[in-house]
Design a protein around this ligand. Structure first.
Ligand SMILES: [Zn+2]
Length: 168
């Protein structure tokens, strides 16, 4: 049942879709507090990853469960205009996969953190992030939503790009 007015829905979605969504800020803050330095939304990389850690050859996507169809309770298809939403949301998922593949080809390691994981932030998530960043010499793609998530490839020479130091 769709209980929101179109105006409310538009407001909610513009909030969800804005670049500096709250879940992303939480991740950034945590990274910053733990000494990880990063860049934001690098437009030259496939999918404009939310967080880029050049030192670790790593990118992190913070995905909204609804928009990227996570396998969880927050990802449902709206009851109205179902076909429109199916097509749109499936399109997002396909694009995500293509972007991950391109990033791997460019020797980046990819971590996807889901909004629902951030909502119930716990030590398991912290360990997931720490392990991902620590495994610099054992690159892989980590995303629980894909079956073919384990991908091994050769690591690129460390990038010498300066990264932006940002106060969050
Ligand atoms: Zn989720």
């Amino acid at each position: 049942m769709d209980v929101l007015t179109p105006e409310q829905r538009h407001y909610n979605m513009s909030q969800i879709h804005s670049k500096d969504t709250k879940p992303e800020l939480i991740v950034r803050k945590w990274l910053w507090c733990h000494g990880y330095r990063y860049r934001l939304h690098r437009k030259d990389l496939p999918g404009k990853p939310d967080i880029v850690l050049p030192k670790y050859n790593a990118v992190i996507f913070v995905h909204g469960c609804f928009w990227h169809r996570h396998n969880c309770k927050y990802a449902s298809t709206p009851a109205t205009r179902k076909d429109f939403w199916e097509e749109k949301l499936n399109g997002n998922v396909e694009r995500d996969k293509v972007n991950v593949r391109k990033l791997i080809e460019l020797k980046w390691r990819v971590l996807v953190i889901w909004e629902c994981e951030i909502k119930k932030w716990d030590t398991a998530l912290e360990e997931k992030i720490i392990n991902f960043l620590r495994l610099k010499n054992n690159p892989f793609v980590q995303d629980d939503s894909y079956d073919d998530s384990q991908e091994v490839f050769h690591i690129a020479a460390e990038s010498e790009i300066d990264y932006v130091i940002e106060d969050v």
